[in-house]
Ligand binder design. Sequence first.
Ligand code: NAD
Ligand code: USQ
Length: 390
Amino acid sequence: MIVRVLVLGGDGYLGWPTALHFAAAGHEVAVVDNYLRRRYDDELGTASLVPISPLSIRIGCWREVSGTVIDCFIGDITDPEFLTNTLQWFKPQTIIHLAEQRSAPYSMVDRAHAVHTQVNNVVGTLNLLWAIAEVDSTIHLIKLGTMGEYGTPDIDIEEGWLHVTHRGRSDTLPFPKQPGSFYHLSKVHDSHNIMFCCRAWGLRATDLNQGVVYGCDTPQTQQDPALATRFDYDATFGTVLNRFVVQAVAGHALTVYGSGGQTRGFLNILDTMSCLELAAEHPAEPGEFRVFNQFTETFSVLGLAERVAQRSGVAVDHLPNPRVELEHHHYRAINTGLLDLGLRPHPLTDTVIDELLAAADRHRGLIDADTILPETQWRPRRLASPSGSP
Ligand code: NAD
Ligand code: USQ
């Protein structure tokens, strides 16, 4: 069945290949973006390793290679009028919401960055919930959350819900959340707001608690260099495995923070595409707040570094950890929901690591080694006392 899909954040790392993936599958697709991510690069002095084209060039290129049109709405989803008009105009049946500030280190830079992250993310999602309720409450909202909402509890992580017996009574309640940054906290706030709107207004939503994504090539992005998606490796926006492969290509020792026992869920960008497609093909019921844990494998940071080191010959370094996080902890999370819908994961084989290294190597001349080491500390710096104060 052909669906009208609106991709919020459609100029981003995951949003652009998502738009292409759904367009290639024959759906009617529009993207929304305000170029915020490109402005963070200007602020930080960073750039995607893989050169990316302006959104208008991307869309024009896709029209040429595929003969199909991706509609485009440039605007900020924290602007309620823009968002409501976009929904009224495009009339989506499914909205995939990826339009958030998504870096944990960026959210921890200072007070202003923490406030920006939570305002952008929480207000954007809140506007979206109101717009859906007021324009068409049958729209299926697919929202990108994060595995980091749960933190690292000393029990197995369930898929959204925990069955609890307390003082002789039982209920199924949201799994406790212990996020590790103001960014991850913004996702928890979003989840609560979405769950409330499903319960109170009968909206239908799927919250995808996604793990760390790696890779940047999909069948569509590979059709033309102008269709490439971004590949970040700097200390603020680069995610750990993408960073390690670029560091290896640059001959830089791999930057394991602390002991490296931190364990997380991971998935290939190809599996992100499949998960979004499966969620769209099997929408939540009206009034349902559905949660999937979206990752395919778990690795420790040190384990990943050792595998990249083994394939590339670079050294592994242990830096003082700039974050506040457990470095030795239990980690077992359930992820059967998407597998039950038919997900066939792409595991991280040595061949995949070699492909990631080769992809980074194609652009090795663009690596800026000055952006590799982390600068943001999780603990705020103390202000100097005003002169004359005790
Ligand atoms: P990204 O920063 O590359 O893309 C986000 C896009 O949203 C950008 O193009 C940005 O300009 C746009 N955007 C942000 N705020 C906006 C606003 N107010 N109005 C309009 N557009 C706005 O991030 P990504 O890596 O593609 O991540 C997409 C989503 O997936 C995010 O919600 C992120 O939290 C989630 N996620 C990402 C990962 C990962 O490893 N990349 C893992 C888990 C979850
Ligand atoms: N790490 C290192 N060395 C590095 C970079 C990171 O040891 O050079 C460690 C971090 O300390 C952390 C782990 O690797 O323990 C993951 O860090 P990351 O930067 O790859 O991931 P994170 O900050 O959690 O954020 C990323 C995305 C975010 C998404 C999240 C999914 O930026 O949008 O929500 O992954 S999850 O981790 O499941 O919450």
